[in-house]
Design a protein around this ligand. Structure first.
Ligand code: DNO
Length: 410
């Protein structure tokens, strides 16, 4: 697989010169300064691409070309926004970029409740606590129907036995303070969403109110309606993808559960089967995010990789650990539920040129003071990349593929 790295543009504290030293071959990035819903111009794409190439790497994948909410809920201007999307695809293709990671998660992109949860080894990882999330939903967001949803919430078999998330959220409410509420809002809304070019930004004045307004747009949108809208979008852009050789790779929902009363439709084997058959075009493919999928207890990640490798155009390598009570955290890249060794075997056999990036590294050895985006540390991700690279070199040797580490004389 091609070793890529998610880099947040020229303002990223992690520079391309640093990435060159650690053997990164391809860059995964976006035009983070273009507002949602505007065309990515050829000039801007060209400028960033040239900059990346000046460091001996290529712009391998766009993550993300965001799908604006109106396309997801089917608003009155969705056809206009689909045209904008198509134009950005054409412009990217004209600059030689042919792989797009996007998601179809309503309102919220990925979600965690704790962005600095200490591991037994002293480093920090991301963490999802159901009771805190329920507290956010019921007591901060004050979403209509939230109490009932959490009352009816059930963990997948084998997890969370005897746990009452609603009761825990009520208990939590007795100990929370305005400062703790603020920290939770920062974690769920601002720090996780702020850097992914989505709906929320650092410095948003009333993020909770904004959140409610977004949620209101989805009144009456259930799973089948969201599926219909996704199919509509994909069918509309496929002719352009054909024409430009553009691979669309949907990112699975993270975590792969329904949140805040919103439907989520890229969570399970059945969902992925649906989306790949609903629009049976090779250009309609998957970002195989092993981490997101492994946070769902019902997902057998290795089985999913075996089944969906032919339609996978981009891979995120990380792994989750689910605690017996159902909460989950990021595992070591060599541990957890995702079985990266097996995944590398499957994907390397399928296509040795497949772009792959390690995802969500620990914050370690000083990363935590550098102000990196949550999950996107330097040392932690470098550590993970080293581990994955070891797997890759071993698998290549098993398969008889010569392994070359860039940046050395031999
Ligand atoms: C989080 C990321 C996601 C991902 C988008 C793709 O760490 O994996 O934000 O980039 O969902 O559109």
């Amino acid at each position: 697989m091609e070793k890529t790295w998610r880099w947040f543009g020229k303002k990223d504290r992690i520079t391309l010169a640093m990435l060159q030293q650690i053997g990164v071959e391809g860059i995964v990035t976006a035009l983070h300064d273009v507002p949602l819903g505007e065309v990515w111009t050829r000039e801007k794409i060209h400028d960033l691409k040239e900059y990346i190439e000046s460091y001996g790497m290529r712009w391998s994948v766009v993550e993300s070309l965001p799908v604006v909410e109106t396309i997801k809920y089917g608003g009155p201007d969705r056809d206009y926004q689909i045209e904008v999307y198509k134009q950005s695809l054409r412009n990217l293709s004209a600059e030689g970029i042919h792989c797009i990671c996007y998601n179809f998660m309503p309102v919220l992109d990925w979600a965690r409740t704790d962005l600095m949860h200490q591991n037994p080894n002293g480093a920090y990882n991301l963490y999802f606590n159901y009771a805190e999330f329920a507290y956010f939903d019921i007591y901060i967001l004050k979403r209509e129907g939230a109490r009932t949803d959490w009352e009816n919430f059930r963990f997948p078999e084998g997890y969370g036995e005897g746990r009452n998330v609603l009761a825990e959220a009520d208990e939590l409410a007795k100990q929370m303070t305005p400062e703790k509420d603020h920290a939770l809002v920062e974690n769920i809304v601002i720090k996780t969403q702020g850097f992914v070019s989505g709906n929320f930004h650092e410095g948003d004045e009333a993020p909770v109110q904004k959140f409610r307004e977004f949620l209101a747009l989805y009144k009456g949108i259930d799973k089948s309606k969201l599926r219909e809208n996704m199919k509509y979008f994909l069918e509309a852009i496929m002719p352009v993808c054909e024409e430009c050789g553009m691979n669309m790779c949907v990112h699975p929902d993270d975590p792969p559960i329904e949140v805040l009363g919103l439907p989520r439709i890229v969570r399970t084997e059945e969902d992925i089967d649906w989306l790949l058959t609903a629009v049976p075009n090779k250009h309609n493919g998957l970002t195989f995010c092993a981490g997101s999928l492994s946070a769902g207890a019902y997902n057998d990640v290795v089985k999913l990789a075996q089944k969906f490798a032919p339609r996978t155009h981009f891979v995120h390598l990380r792994s989750c650990h689910i605690f017996p009570n159902g909460d989950f955290t990021e595992a070591s890249h060599l541990g957890g539920r995702a079985h990266l060794v097996e995944l590398v075997r499957i994907f390397e056999k399928e296509n040795p040129a497949l772009p792959m990036r390690v995802d969500h590294g620990m914050a370690m050895l000083g990363d935590e003071t550098k102000g990196y985006n949550s999950g996107y540390s330097f040392l932690g991700r470098m550590f993970a990349l080293g581990q994955v690279e070891g797997i890759l070199a071993t698998v290549d040797s098993e398969l008889g593929i010569p392994y070359k580490q860039p940046g050395f004389f031999d």
